[in-house]
Each structure stands twice: as C-alpha cells, then as structure tokens.
Design a protein around this ligand. Structure first.
Ligand SMILES: NC(=O)c1ccc[n+]([C@@H]2O[C@H](COP(=O)([O-])OP(=O)(O)OC[C@H]3O[C@@H](n4cnc5c(N)ncnc54)[C@H](OP(=O)(O)O)[C@@H]3O)[C@@H](O)[C@H]2O)c1
Ligand SMILES: *[C@@H]1O[C@H](CO)[C@@H](O)[C@H](O)[C@H]1NC(C)=O
Ligand SMILES: *[C@@H]1O[C@H](CO)[C@@H](O)[C@H](O)[C@H]1NC(C)=O
Ligand SMILES: *[C@@H]1O[C@H](CO)[C@@H](O)[C@H](O)[C@H]1NC(C)=O
Length: 317
C-alpha cells in the first residue's frame, strides 16, 4: 500500500492525501455554487397558503413569514386566520424584513367560490409568486359503507379545489413568465392503503394532475413541486370524515406519532428555494412500500390484503 502511494506521489508530483482532499473540496464547492445559483430568495415574495389556519399550513405560514415572504393566508374561517396573523405580527425577525399577512376566506370544496377568491388573492399584491395548495381533509372508512357523496366531497376539497385555484392563478403566472406552484399531496398519493379510499384516490389524482401541469408549464419558466409527506402530528385525523359524512374525531396513533409539522414546513420551504420537483418526506418503511408497489406489485397487494383483514379484526373486537 505504502509503495503504491509513494509511486502515485511520484506520478502526480504531490501527496495523494492533499490531492484527494483538494478534489473533495472542489466537488463540495461546485455543489455549493450550483445550489446558490438555483436558490430562490423568499424575501418580499408573494406566497399564498391554503389551509393556513391549522397544522402544516400554519407552520408553513410561520416559516415563510420568517423568510420575509408577503403572505396571503386562506381558510374557511376569518377568526382562525386572524389569530395566525396576530401571532405572526408579534414574531419579530432580526435582519429579515417581515410583512403583516393578508387573509382570504373561502370554501375550497365549492368551485364556484374559488374564482372570486382567486381574484381577491391577486388583488392583494397584484401577483402571486408561490401558491401552496396545502388545505385538505382526510377520510376513514370501509368502501362498503361509504356513500358515493362522501367519495365526491373528499375529491371536491382535496382535488377539484386545488385544481380550480391553480387554474385561476395560472394565467397571471404565465403572463409574468414566473411562478411556483406547490401541492401537499401524501405518501397515499403514491400508494393506497386500506380504509382510505377517498383520501388516497384524491391524492393520486393530485399527483397526476400536477405532474401533467409541470410538463405543460415548464416552457413558461414555471415550477411545480409535489410534496408527499408521511404522517404529520396535526389535527388531520380528528378532522377526517367517515363513510356517512360524519366527523371521525379521533387522534389516530399513527398521526400522533407523526413528524413534527415544523420539520415538514421547513422541507416545503427548501423545496421552493431549491425548486425540487417531487419530494417524499417519509420514513424507511413507507418509502420502501412505494418502491415495492412499483417493483413487486403482487407482494404489495398481498401485504395490503392482510393489513385490511387485521384492521377489520381490530375494529370488530
Ligand atoms: N397530517 C398528516 O398526517 C398528513 C400526511 C400527509 C399529507 N397531509 C396533507 O397535509 C395537508 C394539511 O393537513 P394538516 O395535516 O395540516 O391537517 P389539518 O390540521 O386538519 O389542516 C387542514 C387545513 O385545511 C383547511 N381546509 C379543510 N377543508 C377546507 C375547505 N373545504 N376549504 C378550505 N380550507 C379547508 C383547514 O382550514 P379551515 O378548517 O379553517 O377551513 C385547515 O387549515 C393536507 O393536504 C393533508 O392531506 C397530512
Ligand atoms: C387541534 O384541535 C384542538 C381542538 O380539537 C385545538 O385546541 C387545537 O388548537 C388544534 N390545533 C391546531 C394546530 O389547529
Ligand atoms: C401579541 O403580543 C401582545 C403583546 O405584545 C399580546 O398581548 C398578544 O397576546 C400576542 N398575541 C399572540 C397571538 O401571540
Ligand atoms: C357554492 O357557492 C355558491 C355561491 O355562493 C352558492 O350559491 C352555492 O349554494 C354553494 N354551493 C354549496 C354546495 O355550498
């Protein structure tokens, strides 16, 4: 080994260790330059966040506010949004200039309300730089006992709402040849698990639509990011609907043990800054399941079949 090193030293005229260290250093520097070149600064950017009254949306509001963005917060209740605004107004930031957010209230599940809401959103600052489609509702239920109207309602909020809002904001982004559209999907937008039909279907549709959008608007210089988190510690399961449309109202163990919404919000900020196109934010097991579904579907279907039987047994006990 020593002999080889000494031989190489003679060949290169300098030590191998400094040479290797120099190469690694150069690679790191190149990577940093590349990152900086693509890094989008959020100072003064107009950022719209739907579902900003709670959970992940509220954390995104905190994180983007602290980065100096001019926020437009959306939700169904003015009072809850106003509480977030108050809290952010109190949040002082050192060097970064921060702005007091605007609010726009509307129900995403009613597409006839979305276009007038989009007009109101565009009036706040005249344009939108980043649209974060975060609002959503979950579902728990057996397909046999689920009304088709519930399947449709979840689709209205999780799929048609973001689609209508995106299409209402899109022309102004195309005109300016600038804009970034983010959607919070889920690991369940990549794989379905039993007793989540409506939710998983709405997130699969979301993934498909925004992948298509990315391809179509790339030529205008627009960015599209699909974020697929695993469980996050929010009120999502409490707010979920069941097969008859009533509220589920339970904090599931999986949700309670999920990621900290602050970490997920930071990952959303990173995805925007670094223009990441598709981000899965999940542990080893859900990530492996996504690959399994693609590479060995038969095994995936068998595993989900046993999981469905096991969960049904637990419910009946
Ligand atoms: N928590 C998780 O485990 C998890 C995992 C993966 C993905 N996600 C996704 O993350 C996103 C945020 O969910 P979260 O976990 O933060 O849940 P959450 O705490 O229940 O927040 C949901 C937000 O969506 C808004 N919203 C619900 N229905 C709406 C409607 N019809 N019109 C307008 N706004 C509506 C709610 O606002 P108002 O009630 O004030 O209107 C609320 O701010 C969702 O898209 C969810 O699917 C969550
Ligand atoms: C979750 O719901 C509880 C009441 O059910 C409420 O006190 C809490 O503020 C909610 N959390 C968020 C982040 O909205
Ligand atoms: C904001 O700060 C004021 C006083 O500085 C305090 O009374 C109020 O409770 C704070 N509001 C929130 C939402 O943190
Ligand atoms: C949707 O909004 C329109 C306009 O306000 C209203 O007339 C209609 O009743 C709403 N639809 C539903 C299902 O709430």
């Amino acid at each position: 080994m020593g002999l080889i090193l000494r031989h190489m030293e003679r060949v290169f005229g300098l030590g191998v260790v400094p040479l290797a260290a120099g190469t690694v250093g150069l690679l790191i520097l190149l990577k940093m330059i590349q990152r900086l070149r693509h890094k989008q600064d959020l100072q003064d950017k107009v950022v719209v966040i739907t579902g900003a009254s709670s959970g992940l949306g509220k954390e995104c509001a905190r994180v983007f506010h602290a980065a100096g963005a001019r926020l437009i917060l959306c939700g169904r209740e003015q009072k809850r949004l106003q509480e977030v605004v108050e809290e952010l107004r109190n949040q002082s930031s050192g060097k970064i200039q921060t702005y007091s957010p605007c609010t726009v209230t509307f129900d995403l599940s009613n597409t006839s309300l979305v276009s007038s809401a989009a007009e109101e959103i565009l009036k706040c600052h005249g344009h939108v730089d980043v649209l974060i489609n975060n609002a959503g509702i979950s579902y728990r239920g057996n397909i046999l006992d689920t009304h088709v109207s519930v399947q449709r309602d979840v689709m209205e909020t999780n799929y048609f709402g973001p689609v209508a809002l995106t299409q209402a904001i899109l022309p102004s982004m195309v005109d300016r040849r600038s804009g970034h559209i983010v959607v919070i999907s889920s690991v369940q937008g990549k794989i379905s698990i039993p007793y989540r039909s409506a939710y998983s279907a709405s997130k699969h549709a979301t993934q498909a639509y925004f992948d298509c959008l990315r391809a179509e608007v790339g030529r205008f210089g627009l960015q599209v990011s699909v974020i697929s988190p695993g469980y996050i510690r929010t009120n999502l399961s409490i707010n979920a609907v069941t097969g008859d449309g009533s509220k589920y109202g339970v904090m599931d163990k999986t949700t309670a043990k999920g990621s900290d919404p602050v970490d997920v919000a930071r990952a959303v900020l990173k995805a925007v800054c670094h223009q990441q196109k598709d981000v899965v934010l999940a542990g080893l097991l859900p990530t492996a399941a996504i690959y399994l579904r693609a590479l060995w579907p038969a095994l995936y279907f068998r595993l989900m079949g046993s999981r469905a039987i096991k969960e049904q047994r637990v419910k009946e006990e």
